[in-house]
Ligand binder design. Structure first.
Ligand SMILES: *Cc1c(COP(=O)(O)O)cnc(C)c1O
Length: 220
């Protein structure tokens, strides 16, 4: 199926209130343009360099999502235009985003990444780690960063109950931070990818990040 048909099928499968981010990492500009022509405006990349290279070549109304782990020294390259940073996984990164946002006279919307999967390799806070950090460094004290929610990745497994449990856990973290830790601007839960976005939506996802189901498998 074409990119256009894939997008249409996915849009039909998700509620209007769920935002679809088309994850275009490793894909050529012509694929992004095909998605754009089919009406897609939210695009996600996981590497700063690639995002930086693609952004100027696409129309100005694209909303760029940085969905991957970020090194602090690269924040400055995307700070002028990035729409949403999904994976804030340390206080130091949050501070750097704040600094670069200030330089650009803007407020950058961000999500806090939580580690919900069983795999060791994935980035993000555990709930306890975050609460510990929040005691000394209040994430809400950064003037030019607006934390609007949480992001997480489930374990890569066929075990649906496992995945569902992890999504429930992220939803719980979202609720707890919003209600008990004064994250008043929380409205977004970024969870769900090609293989599990439907489950994620059932468990309360507001942003799904879908790559291969739109653009086809990636060759690395
Ligand atoms: C690559 C990636 C996705 C999309 O994965 P697919 O399985 O291709 O849909 C989603 N989120 C993050 C953080 C990614 O790195």
């Amino acid at each position: 199926m074409s990119i256009q048909e894939n997008l249409k099928k996915i849009q039909e499968n998700i509620p209007n209130s769920t935002n679809l981010v088309a994850v275009s990492k490793t894909k050529p500009l012509e694929d992004l343009k095909a998605a754009y022509d089919a009406g897609q405006r939210d695009f996600g990349e996981n590497k700063v360099q690639e995002l930086q290279a693609k952004a100027p070549a696409m129309p100005k109304d694209v909303r760029w999502h940085m969905i991957g782990h970020m090194q602090r020294n690269k924040v400055k390259y995307i700070a002028p235009f990035v729409y949403l940073i999904h994976a804030v996984d340390s206080w130091k990164l949050a501070q750097e985003i704040n600094k670069q946002a200030k330089k650009n006279n803007r407020t950058i919307n961000c999500l806090i990444q939580f580690h919900i999967a069983e795999e060791e390799s994935k980035f993000g806070f555990s709930f306890d780690e975050f609460i510990e950090e929040q005691k000394t460094n209040n994430f809400n004290s950064l003037d030019n960063v607006n934390f609007i929610g949480v992001m997480g990745m489930a374990t890569y497994t066929d075990n649906q109950e496992q995945v569902r449990k992890e999504f429930k856990q992220l939803k719980n973290i979202f609720e707890t931070l919003k209600l008990e830790y004064q994250f008043k601007n929380f409205s977004e839960i970024s969870m769900g990818m090609s293989q599990d976005y439907q489950l994620a939506i059932e468990e309360g996802s507001t942003i799904v990040r879908v790559g291969s189901s739109i653009f086809g498998a990636r060759n690395y």
